[in-house]
Write a protein that binds this ligand. Structure first.
Ligand code: FAD
Length: 408
């Protein structure tokens, strides 16, 4: 019976030992829960599909400053025809670049120090939700193991098995990200660069991010609809051969390349009876930057205290989980949705000519001051709203924005 004392193998089983699974395991183990973390690979942090940007706020929560490769003070943002918008202030850290392998390993290690158990080379093959518990079949090193848990949490990334198995919907958008690691790019120390234009990253942007010593990560992201038949590699080559910027890329030497999905737009219901989705599995990446580590941390942080009490009392029905998670999740979904609307309005739904006009406005000294004053990589909506309200040239977009934001 719900609420009665019974014993199960685990209080919580978390599928996926990425950064969000690791952090979720840590927070729950710190609160006394018996946590099992399941990872399908035989090591943590591989394959690597990330630019490695971690915001100061997300970093503060895990304190893994020794995984930082570079500190970043700002971004040099290029419009389709070359208008430059420098955002940030030298000496004021806006974000960090980490080694994702070290970062993921360290987050998972924190959970183990707090008491969580990690199984590598393991993945779920079956799950049945009962009245008081979930029974799971886990394939570990090729052998099936049956076990029981009070709660199952899917932190298993963009293509989440948990989400698909329990038919929990789909993230609103699925972006495709492509990235290379290179040496030989002449970058400005402590600054990242962003490039835009329909031939390079339709609706989105490309980036060059210093990643320690002489190396940089060059990447871009877009959606299948916006690519409209073009391959993402083609866009990458368009960036490297762009008449305005090709000199900068002339001497680069590629050392690695990866491609991966970025799910953004929280699934309709990230909880069901005894099942919860956190992180990329729930579609938490930001629509404006693609960053998913910070939002995944925020998603679990906002509910972990109440969740832990509910686990202790074994009160984990859909209704219970809804009362714990709904307000926090709905707020995050709404923020994502508003950020997406503003992104579409100011960047993604614009032809290059219109985007160039927007960049001419962004590049005005008073607008750069406004961006520096209000801009926050974690909270893009206030900046978008300030641009619409305070930059005369954007006022005609404000009415359109008002409608979109009301209905988003
Ligand atoms: C090109 C690119 C650049 C990016 N840059 C950034 C960035 O700079 N900053 C940022 O914050 N985000 C970035 N992201 C997004 C970021 O990588 C994700 O949001 C983040 O990794 C999400 O963490 P997660 O723990 O939810 O999922 P993941 O990191 O995907 O971890 C999921 C884990 O679950 C495991 N798993 C999956 N299925 C199973 C299964 N069935 N059984 C067992 N284990 C399973 C996987 O092996 C993996 O270890 C980028 C993404 C891409 C594609």
């Amino acid at each position: 019976m719900e609420g009665q004392t019974q014993t199960f193998d685990w209080d919580v089983v978390i599928i996926g030992a990425g950064p969000v699974g690791g952090h979720t395991a840590n927070l729950l183990a710190q609160r006394g829960q018996r946590v099992l973390l399941i990872e399908e690979h035989n090591e943590i942090g591989r394959p690597f599909q990330c630019a490695g940007l971690v915001t100061p706020n997300a970093m503060k929560q895990v304190g893994l400053y020794d995984t930082i490769l570079e500190e970043i003070d700002g971004a040099l943002i290029h419009g389709p025809s070359g208008t430059l918008v420098p955002v940030g202030t030298g000496g004021t850290i806006r974000t960090y670049v980490v080694c994702r392998k070290l970062f993921d390993e360290a987050v998972v290690k924190q959970s183990m120090i707090s008491g969580a158990t990690l199984w590598l080379n393991s993945k779920p093959t079956d799950a049945v939700v009962n009245q008081d518990y979930v029974s799971l079949r886990i394939n570990k090193n090729g052998k099936d193991i049956e076990l029981t848990t009070k709660l199952l949490i899917g932190c298993d990334g963009a293509h989440s098995w948990t989400r698909r198995y329990f038919k929990m919907g789909r993230p609103k958008e699925l972006m495709i990200g492509f990235q290379t690691e290179v040496v030989g790019y002449q970058f400005r120390k402590r600054w990242l660069e962003m490039y835009s234009g329909s031939e390079i990253a339709p609706g989105f942007f490309a980036w060059v991010i210093p990643s320690g010593n002489d190396s940089c990560r060059i990447g871009l992201w877009s959606t299948a609809e916006r690519l409209d038949g073009k391959s993402i590699e083609e866009c990458y080559h368009n960036l490297l051969n762009h008449p305005l910027w090709k000199e900068r890329f002339a001497d680069i030497k590629e050392t690695a390349r990866y491609c991966g999905p970025v799910p953004s737009g929280m699934v309709r219901k990230a909880y069901k009876n005894r099942v919860l989705l956190i992180g990329d599995a729930a579609g938490m990446a930001k629509p404006t930057t693609g960053g998913g580590i910070g939002p995944g941390f925020e998603q679990i942080n906002g509910i972990v205290d109440k969740l832990s009490v509910a686990i202790m009392e074994n009160k984990l029905s859909e209704e219970n989980l809804k009362s714990i998670a709904r307000t926090h999740f709905e707020k995050m979904r709404k923020d994502q949705s508003r950020a997406r609307s503003l992104r579409n309005l100011l960047v993604s739904d614009c032809e290059d000519t219109e985007l160039d006009r927007h960049f001419e406005q962004f590049a005005r000294p008073e607008v750069i001051s406004l961006i520096n004053e209000v801009g926050d990589i974690e909270k893009p909506v206030p900046l978008g709203m300030a641009l619409l309200r305070r930059v005369p040239a954007f006022r005609k977009l404000a009415l359109k924005a008002g409608m979109k934001l009301i209905f988003s």
